[in-house]
Design a protein around this ligand. Structure first.
Ligand code: ADP
Length: 515
């Protein structure tokens, strides 16, 4: 199949969140399976033009403001398969993209002309295909910035060249929909009736994601459970009805993780590499010592994971003690991640967790100023609570590897990557029963000794406190079960290869339905 990814983000060129990782990793996985994949994204200011090749001539794009012109640049996606490289095209439009920021800057978080910037981009995609005489079988859009690609395909660009193309829309986070003043609609250059036919109308505003949901041939989001949740009023961000209307074409496909980067057998940020086999050997020795009546808990620390724990304690100035469990967190400090219930002043449970339980806590994150300040304040007052405010790739790897448990009390979580990284590193996730966390973590069953993590339902400080308490109880009293859970988690397959196969099935079903 010929697949065109239309996106506002793709690593290593532009990234604000998981979308950027997903688009590039999925493209590579599809190319590895023999498909012809190209990516198109805006040429933001930080993408250096001197590293790219400029295509001859310019593109003329019809908008409500008349014909506008843009240049096109091209390169290849790093790490794509040698025999089947993924081409990346950049739409270069000085007025729209010649500035800092992808969607905004701190002084203007959502650029006023965003509806026009991304309308223009979506329309330019079709002209690009004409220019390079390459017509995709599948036009794959991601989130609201490219949600107009399916709309243009259906209402404006069907011919020439796109007669057989189908459109796919992937929702990475329903919380962002691109809702703007209706006045922006004329810029799409679509007939006025399309505003209603395509379902842009949202209480007399223009909702770009909603139009995409209404018109794409098939839709998906990034985990099966989130696909279900988004069809309920609780998690639907007012689009649950629209999604229920499309339920027959709507699925959930779990994101994968990049196992060349997030893999304890290859990780360059940890002191010693390790695998589930090393963990199983250590467990066997420990159980043998237990049987002989000379229980030796130290045997369990004699692994690469144990070394990572020691390095983590050293780095964060925690007492060097292999027996004390470490609870890690790496997160954006925003409400979505449940940080209020953990760090909220006089409300969150972090203080009592560190006071009441024999644990250590390590936090890496940045985000809302109140939360950053509260975390700093906790780290001054508690000797077993350490934090790094900021963004650090290196420390995030060390926390994933060196912690015993990883806390993710998300309010909602379309897929979530950290819990999958944790599982890969033998770190047990403690998560809220929501979104992709449900699809990736199995709750501990202390009678059977099964599971890969710990779960709770309510987003309250008490529920988090009790569940962490349960995990710590198991750590001190059911150690063999804890180690078995680590090994089970490490053996799970979260590869992009598996996810890419599901995307191919979705593309194929869209093409069959369009015949
Ligand atoms: P979201 O995309 O909603 O933030 P995910 O769990 O899907 O949540 O992905 C978050 C990614 O960002 C993970 O790879 C996580 O390790 C990384 N991350 C978040 N905050 C930081 C930080 N302060 N330092 C390093 N990595 C971070």
């Amino acid at each position: 199949m010929k697949i065109l990814m239309t996106t506002s983000e793709a690593v290593p060129f532009a990234k604000t969140g998981g979308l950027a990782d997903a688009v590039s990793a999925l493209s590579i996985a599809l190319a590895k399976q023999g498909h012809e994949v190209k990516i198109v994204l805006p040429r933001y200011y930080n993408v250096d033009r001197t590293e790219l090749t400029q295509l001859e001539g310019e593109l003329g794009v019809h908008t409500g403001g008349g014909e506008e012109w843009c240049a096109v640049y091209n390169t290849q996606l790093p790490h794509s398969p040698e025999k089947n490289t993924v081409d990346v095209y950049f739409i270069d439009h000085e007025r729209f993209f010649g500035r800092d920021g992808i969607y905004g800057v701190p002084s203007e978080p959502d650029f006023l002309d965003n509806p026009r910037r991304f309308t223009f981009f979506c329309r330019s995609v079709f002209q690009l295909c004409r220019k390079i005489s390459w017509y995709p079988d599948v036009l794959h859009a991601h989130d609201w910035p490219t949600a107009l690609v399916p709309v243009f395909l259906k209402y404006g660009e069907r011919i020439p060249g796109f007669g057989k193309a189908v459109s796919i829309l992937t929702i990475h986070n329903l919380g962002y929909q691109g809702i703007y003043n209706k006045d922006n609609f004329h810029y799409t250059n679509l007939g006025a009736d399309t505003f209603y036919h395509a379902g842009f109308d949202d209480w007399n505003m223009m909702n770009m994601l909603k139009a995409g949901i209404n018109t794409a041939d098939k839709l998906n989001t990034v985990s099966p459970h989130y696909a279900w949740e988004t069809q309920t009023p609780q998690h639907g961000f007012r689009l649950d009805g629209t999604l229920r209307y499309r339920y027959a074409d709507y699925t959930g496909i779990l994101n994968g993780i990049d196992d060349t980067i997030w893999n304890p057998e290859k990780d360059m940020y940890i002191p010693e590499k390790y695998s589930h086999k090393d963990m199983a050997n250590a467990l066997a020795l420990y159980e043998k010592s237990e049987k002989n009546g000379k229980k030796n808990i130290k045997l369990l620390s004699n692994t690469g994971k144990g070394k990572a724990k020691e390095a983590l304690q050293r780095k964060f100035n925690l007492p060097l003690n292999p027996e004390v469990p470490i609870i890690g967190m790496v997160t954006r400090l925003t409400e979505q991640k449940g940080v209020g219930e953990v760090f909220g002043p006089a409300y969150g449970c972090a203080w009592s967790l560190c006071q009441d339980l024999n644990i250590q806590m390590v936090i890496l994150g940045s985000g809302e100023p109140w939360c950053e300040n509260e975390i700093k304040s906790l780290s001054y007052r508690l000797s077993n609570f350490k934090a790094l405010i900021g963004y650090s790739e290196e420390e995030s790897h060390l926390i994933e590897a060196g912690s015993d448990f990883f806390l993710m009390p998300s309010r909602y979580e379309p897929c979530g990557l950290n819990q999958m990284y944790s599982l890969a590193y033998g770190t047990l996730p403690i998560v809220r029963n929501t979104g992709g966390l449900v699809d990736t973590v199995q709750n501990f069953n202390q009678d059977l000794g099964t599971g890969t993590g710990f779960m709770f339902d309510d987003l309250t400080p008490a529920a988090i406190y009790n569940t962490v308490g349960w995990a710590i109880w198991a750590y001190y009293n059911r150690r063999s079960q804890i180690e078995t859970m680590r090994i089970t988690g490490m053996k799970q397959d979260f590869s992009w290869e598996k996810s890419a196969k599901k995307y191919i099935e979705m593309y194929e079903s869209a093409r069959t339905a369009a015949l």
